[in-house]
Design a protein around this ligand. Structure first.
Ligand SMILES: [Zn+2]
Length: 809
C-alpha cells in the first residue's frame, strides 16, 4: 500500500471477475460492451475521466470542489403498488438518507472506522462532495401519472425503460431501479454510468433501503443487505469505482489508497484480519466496494471518493436543471407530550432511530400523548409503521382518530409486542385529519419501540356508511312492527346510528321525520297525532363530514316505522234498544261499536267534474293530492309514471293545451295547441256540439311514454251529437316527454292544466288520475282499527253494566 493518497487511476478497461453473483456489474458491463455504440460512448467518457484525473493531480483537487454537487435522484418501483405509495416514497427517501450518510462519512456507524483505522495507516475515511436529493419538480411527463409537482420523483408501476435498465424519459436523473433480478445478485450498475442516457443503478427487491420495507409491494430489505448499502456499492460503480478486489495481485482497482487484494470478502471480517497482496497490508474489507454484509461496510477511502468526485464532476452538466428547488431531508419526530404538523417525517419512540451502537430503546414509565396533524385542509394524517416492538401487553400504544385522546369512541386500536399498527390514517369524518398517539410503558423492561413514516393523504370524497336504527318505542310496535295509537296519544321514539368509521358518530345530527311533515331534532322524539291515518316515521342522521355534502353525509337507510292512528269508531244503540221509557221504568241499552275503516289511496282519481268553458286563452286546473310517498321522495325516472289518464269530452281538440303540472311546477304538455296542426275540430269523447254547456260523454285518453302516437295523430271514430270525428280512446304519447317532470317531489298537488285558446266549443274533464309504478308506491296502508276496550261513562241512571249492555232506570 502506498503511503500517500494520490490519484493514480490506471484503469484501462473493466475486468471480469470470478464466478461471483453478489454484484453483477462486471457481467452487466460485458453484456453492454457487446453494443459497439455503447462501447464507443463509454470509452469517450472514460477518456474524459482520465483527462479530469490528470487535471485534478495538478491542483489541490479537494479544495477545488468545496461546493457539493447536488444529484437529482429518481427512484423507480416498476412492480410496486400505487396503494403503497406513502411507504415506497418513504423507503426511497430512507435509501437516499443512507446514501447521503455513506458518501459524506456521516453514516451512523462511521465511528467503527475509529478503531479499524489502525490496520490501514494512511487511509482516510473519504467524504464525497455530493448530496443526493430526490427530485420534486419539473418531472418528465408521460411516465407515471401519479407524479405531482412538489412530490418526489418516485415512479410506481411504471415500466422503466420498457424492461431495460435505461429510459430516455429519465435522462438527467440519477435513477435507481428497484426490481426483482432474481437469484443472489443484489444489484448491478454500469461502470462509469451515463446520466444523459437515462441509465440506472439496478437494485434487487431485497436490497433497497433499510427497515421493514414495503411488504405489500414486495420490497423488503433483508439478509446481509438490509442497510441499503447495495445501492451505495452500485452507485460507486456508476461513479466509476472498481471493486477493491481484482482477481489478481498483478492487477489493481486503480486506486492508490486501497490495498491490493485478489478476492472479495464476504460476511463480516474483523478489521486487519485479511492479508493483502503487499506484505503488511490488509484488505479494506469495510469499504463499500467489497462484498461484506451491510453492517460491516461503513466507509469509502478518500481515494475512492476522489474518483467519484472526479466522475460526478463530469456528470454534473448532464443533470437536468430545476428538479430540486428544495432538497428534502426527512425530518424526525420523537414522541413527547405535544403535537406536530407534518406531512413528511419519521416518527419514533423516545429512543429515536437508533444506530449500530445504540438500538434506540424507549425508557420505563413513559406516558406520552402526541398528536400529528396534516399540513393542508382536507388532508388526513397517515402513519406507516416500518418497525414496531414493545413489551407485550405492558408497553402499549393507543391510536386515536382525533386531535386528542378524550373520546374513547375515536380509539382506532391498542398495540403492543410485535402487533404493529401497520398503516393507520385519519378518516373522513375526522375533520381535524389528525391522529393522536398515546404511549405508556411500565416500570420494567424496554424495547426497540417503533419507526413510522408520516405522510398525508387526501381522502377520497366518500361518505361513511350510516345506518339509522330504532332502539325503542313507546308504545312498542305490535307483532307486525306497527305502532298502534289513538288520536292524541303520546308516542316516544328513541333511535341511534351505526357508523362504519371509528368515531364516525361524533358530532352527528339526528332528526326524526314523523311522517306528517313535522321534524323533531334529537335521537329521542315524543309526539302525537290529532288526525287518524298512517304515518311513517324515519330517523335522519348527518355526520360532520362535509367534504361530499355541505350538510354532512346522511344515512341512506329508512327505518320506515309505521304508526297507525286509529279512526273514531261509530257508536250507536242496537235496534232492540227501547227509545222511550216511562219514569221509574227500567230498560237496557246495548251499545254497538263499529270501527271506522281508514282508507289510504295513494293517488285517488279526481272525481269532481271540471267544466272547460270556451275561452280565449283561459286556464282551467284540476288537481289531485298525492300524499302517500315519503316527504323527500322525488320522481327519479320517467318509467316511474305508468300513465296519466283523463276521462274527457271536448268538441274542438284544436283549441286545447293539456298540460300535466307537478307539485313543484315542473310541467309537460300532453297535447299542445297549434293553430294549424293540433287537431282542429276533432272531438275528444262524445260531446254535445251545440254550444250549450250540456255535458256529453267522456272517453278515456291515457298518456304514456311507452305509447307511439301523439293524441292528435290518433285514429278517429264517429262520436258525439251531432256525430263527428272523434279521437279514439287509447293510450297516446305525450307531446313533451315526462322527462320534464323528473326530479319533482311526488307528494303534493298534481294538476291537469287546460288552456282553451279559441272561443266557442267547450267540454268536461269528468275524472283523471296518475298511475305511478307499483315499485315506488308504498303498500296499501288502509286499515280498520280493532276495538280494544269500551267503557260506559258514569251516570246515576245506570243501574247495571254488563259489557256493552247497561240497565238504566
Ligand atoms: Zn460491485
Amino acid at each position: 500500500m502506498k503511503k500517500f493518497v494520490i490519484l493514480v487511476f490506471i484503469f484501462t478497461g473493466f475486468i471480469v471477475s470470478a464466478q461471483d453473483h453478489h454484484c453483477a456489474m462486471e457481467s452487466h458491463m460485458e453484456e453492454m460492451m457487446k453494443d459497439p455504440h455503447f462501447a464507443r460512448e463509454w470509452e469517450l467518457q472514460q477518456q474524459q475521466f482520465k483527462q479530469s484525473v490528470k487535471q485534478n493531480l495538478g491542483a489541490n483537487f479537494r479544495q477545488q470542489i468545496m461546493d457539493e454537487i447536488v444529484i437529482p435522484v429518481a427512484v423507480h418501483f416498476p412492480s410496486g403498488l400505487e396503494s403503497d405509495r406513502a411507504c415506497l416514497e418513504a423507503l426511497a427517501q430512507n435509501q437516499v438518507d443512507i446514501l447521503n450518510g455513506d458518501f459524506t462519512a456521516t453514516n451512523p456507524d462511521s465511528n467503527l472506522w475509529n478503531t479499524a483505522a489502525q490496520f490501514y495507516p494512511g487511509v482516510i475515511h473519504g467524504v464525497a462532495n455530493v448530496q443526493f436529493c430526490i427530485a420534486t419538480s419539473n418531472h418528465p411527463t408521460a411516465t407515471d401519472d401519479d407524479l405531482v409537482e412538489g412530490g418526489p420523483a418516485v415512479t410506481i408501476g411504471y415500466d422503466f425503460g420498457g424492461g431495460s435498465d435505461a429510459d430516455n424519459a429519465w435522462s438527467g436523473y440519477m435513477n435507481f431501479l428497484v426490481k426483482d433480478i432474481g437469484g443472489s445478485v443484489l444489484g448491478y450498475s454500469p461502470l462509469g454510468g451515463s446520466i444523459n442516457a437515462g441509465q440506472s443503478v439496478v437494485i434487487n427487491t431485497y436490497a433497497f433501503g433499510s427497515g421493514t420495507g414495503c411488504s405489500a409491494s414486495g420490497i423488503v430489505p433483508g439478509g446481509g443487505s438490509n442497510l441499503g448499502r447495495t445501492t451505495t456499492h452500485e452507485l460507486g460503480h456508476f461513479f466509476n469505482l472498481q471493486h477493491t478486489f481484482s482477481g489478481s495481485c498483478a492487477s489493481d482497482d486503480g486506486i492508490a489508497d486501497t490495498p491490493n487484494i485478489v478476492n472479495p470478502n464476504y460476511g463480516c471480517p474483523a478489521p486487519g484480519s485479511i492479508a493483502g497482496c503487499e506484505s503488511g497490508e490488509f484488505a479494506l474489507t469495510m469499504s463499500y466496494m467489497d462484498y461484506g454484509n451491510d453492517p460491516c461496510l461503513y466507509m469509502f477511502s478518500q481515494g475512492q471518493t476522489d474518483v467519484m468526485d472526479t466522475y460526478v464532476g463530469i456528470l454534473q452538466s448532464q443533470f437536468k436543471p430545476n428538479t430540486i428547488p428544495v432538497c428534502v431531508q426527512i425530518p424526525e419526530y420523537i414522541i413527547t407530550n405535544g403535537s406536530v404538523t407534518s406531512c413528511n417525517g419519521l416518527f419514533y419512540d423516545s429512543g429515536g432511530a437508533g444506530d449500530a451502537t445504540d438500538p434506540g430503546q424507549y425508557t420505563n414509565n413513559e406516558v406520552y400523548t402526541y398528536t400529528i396533524c396534516p399540513e393542508g385542509p382536507g388532508q388526513s394524517t397517515q402513519l406507516v409503521f416500518s418497525e414496531f416492538q414493545t413489551q407485550n401487553n405492558t408497553d402499549v400504544m393507543s391510536i386515536y382518530n382525533a386531535s386528542d385522546a378524550s373520546d374513547p369512541a375515536t380509539l382506532i386500536g391498542e398495540f403492543s409486542g410485535t402487533n404493529s399498527p401497520g398503516t393507520v390514517a385519519a378518516t373522513l369524518t375526522n375533520t381535524s385529519g389528525c391522529l393522536t398517539i398515546v404511549f405508556t410503558s411500565n416500570e420494567f423492561n424496554t424495547d426497540l419501540g417503533w419507526e413510522a413514516f408520516i405522510s398525508c393523504i387526501n381522502p377520497p370524497a366518500e361518505c361513511q356508511t350510516i345506518v339509522a336504527q330504532l332502539d325503542s318505542a313507546s308504545p312498542a310496535p305490535n307483532d307486525e312492527g306497527i305502532i298502534l295509537v289513538c288520536q292524541g296519544e303520546s308516542i316516544t321514539l328513541n333511535g341511534s346510528g351505526q357508523f362504519s368509521e371509528a368515531g364516525g358518530g361524533t358530532g352527528a345530527a339526528y332528526q326524526w321525520d314523523i311522517g306528517d311533515g313535522t321534524t323533531i331534532s334529537g335521537q329521542s322524539a315524543t309526539f302525537s297525532f290529532d288526525a287518524p291515518g298512517v304515518y311513517i316515521a324515519n330517523l335522519n342522521i348527518w355526520d360532520t363530514n362535509t367534504t361530499v355534502f355541505p350538510e354532512g353525509c346522511k344515512n341512506d337507510n329508512k327505518i320506515n316505522q309505521v304508526i297507525r292512528v286509529s279512526t273514531t269508531p261509530d257508536i250507536s244503540a242496537s235496534d232492540d234498544t227501547a227509545t222511550s221509557i216511562c219514569y221509574g221504568d227500567s230498560s237496557t241499552i246495548t251499545a254497538v261499536v263499529t270501527p271506522t275503516p281508514y282508507i289510504n289511496e295513494c293517488t285517488p282519481p279526481e272525481s269532481n267534474v271540471t267544466f272547460l268553458p270556451d275561452g280565449n286563452g283561459d286556464v282551467y286546473n284540476t288537481c289531485i293530492v298525492v300524499d302517500c310517498f315519503e316527504s323527500d321522495q322525488t320522481l327519479e325516472d320517467i318509467s316511474q309514471i305508468i300513465d296519466i289518464c283523463l276521462n274527457i269530452e271536448h268538441s274542438y281538440l284544436g283549441d286545447l293545451d293539456i298540460i300535466i303540472v307537478s307539485p313543484n311546477g315542473q310541467q309537460a304538455y300532453l297535447h299542445q295547441y297549434d293553430i294549424f296542426s293540433s287537431g282542429g275540430g276533432t272531438f275528444l269523447g262524445a260531446p254535445i256540439d251545440d254550444e250549450s254547456t250540456t255535458p256529453g260523454t267522456g272517453a278515456d285518453y291515457c298518456f304514456s311514454a311507452n305509447a307511439t302516437s301523439l293524441l292528435v295523430n290518433g285514429p278517429t271514430i264517429m262520436a258525439g251529437n251531432p256525430a263527428g270525428l272523434s279521437i279514439a280512446p287509447g293510450t297516446y304519447l305525450p307531446q313533451q316527454s315526462f322527462n320534464q317532470l323528473v326530479g319533482s317531489p311526488l307528494n303534493g298537488n298534481w294538476c291537469i292544466k287546460v288552456v282553451d285558446n279559441i272561443p266557442i266549443d267547450n267540454g268536461y274533464i269528468f275524472s283523471w288520475g296518475i298511475n305511478f309504478d307499483s315499485s315506488i308506491v308504498p303498500p296499501n296502508q288502509s286499515f280498520t282499527p280493532d276495538i280494544v276496550s269500551s267503557v260506559w261513562s258514569d251516570d246515576p241512571t245506570i243501574t247495571d253494566v254488563n259489557g256493552d249492555t247497561i240497565s238504566i232506570s
